[in-house]
Design a protein around this ligand. Structure first.
Ligand SMILES: Cc1cc2nc3c(=O)[nH]c(=O)nc-3n(C[C@H](O)[C@H](O)[C@H](O)COP(=O)(O)OP(=O)(O)OC[C@H]3O[C@@H](n4cnc5c(N)ncnc54)[C@H](O)[C@@H]3O)c2cc1C
Length: 238
């Protein structure tokens, strides 16, 4: 038997919306409704919500929606969006940054620059979140999430929190192989000391290259196709 979402609406109040239109929640502003849309402000609330759902509903985690096409057909499940506490970002040690999974790739790249940490420049060209980037091992200009990731913290849909070191993840080209059952909460990343001005120059250069191939103002989907297998490292930008 499915969960009585109307009953949950009383408990989770404005964080749970029923019969919710997803158009404004994705890059292309397309698609229809979902049976329920839940905004998780913090881990405690997320665990409470998952325990109520008891795996009886389909769950989809939405990041920035820049790699997701929302169907016109109503989604018969719950879409979860991580907010507030999942947006934190901090310097853990000299070369390690910890970022919540709702942090945008661009914010992580800017934070790294402010702290004179190189290696994150490519993120300034990807319009998604850390969560979405981990899921598909997002990357561009020969750099991918796997090159900077140290570990992820995640929760399974029954509410169990796990830490997974990057070397235990079977990253491939635009794929992490991570279970659909996992909701990523945060991740730690390693960079290297680099002059802020050099980082800034590189970001500017990458953005110029990207803008030439995939102009952001006209809402392209970035690359429409994946590169052929084993040819993803070829310099497709030149
Ligand atoms: C103009 C444009 C340019 C782009 N350029 C690039 C590029 O250069 N390189 C590249 O790799 N991609 C690119 N993309 C694609 C997209 O930006 C990336 O795939 C990005 O990483 C998606 O992140 P998102 O937060 O938008 O994910 P979403 O589209 O919201 O979700 C994508 C997947 O990740 C899962 N997910 C999201 N957050 C979590 C979480 N916290 N826990 C578990 N699962 C989660 C979702 O369930 C879904 O399966 C581009 C897209 C556009 C529109």
């Amino acid at each position: 038997m499915k969960v009585d979402l109307k009953e949950l609406k009383e408990e989770f109040s404005h964080n749970l919306n029923l019969d919710y239109d997803l158009k404004k929640k994705n890059w292309f502003n397309i698609g229809g409704k979902t049976k329920a849309f839940y905004k998780a402000d913090n881990l405690k609330e997320l665990i409470k919500f998952l325990k109520k759902i008891q795996n009886k509903e389909k769950i989809f985690i939405l990041g920035a929606g820049s790699n997701t096409l929302i169907s016109d057909t109503k989604f018969d499940g719950v879409v979860i969006k991580l907010t507030k506490n999942f947006n934190n970002i901090s310097l853990h040690s000299e070369e390690i940054i910890v970022a919540g999974s709702a942090v945008t790739d661009k914010s992580l790249s800017e934070f790294a620059m402010k702290n004179s940490l190189g290696g994150f420049e490519f993120l300034s060209c990807i319009p998604g979140t850390i969560g979405g980037g981990i899921k598909m091992n997002a990357g561009c200009f020969d750099r991918e999430f796997k090159d900077i990731l140290v570990s992820i913290q995640a929760i399974d849909k029954s509410g169990q929190v796990v830490t997974i070191p990057a070397n235990k993840i079977n990253f491939q080209y635009r794929d992490s192989g991570l279970s659909e059952d996992l909701i990523f909460l945060s991740a730690s990343f390693k960079g290297f000391k680099k002059d802020k001005n050099l980082i800034n120059d590189e970001i500017r250069l990458l953005k110029e290259k990207k803008e030439q191939a995939q102009p952001t103002k006209i809402k392209t989907s970035g690359s429409t196709f994946k590169n052929p297998k084993d040819q993803s490292n070829k310099k497709v930008w030149e």
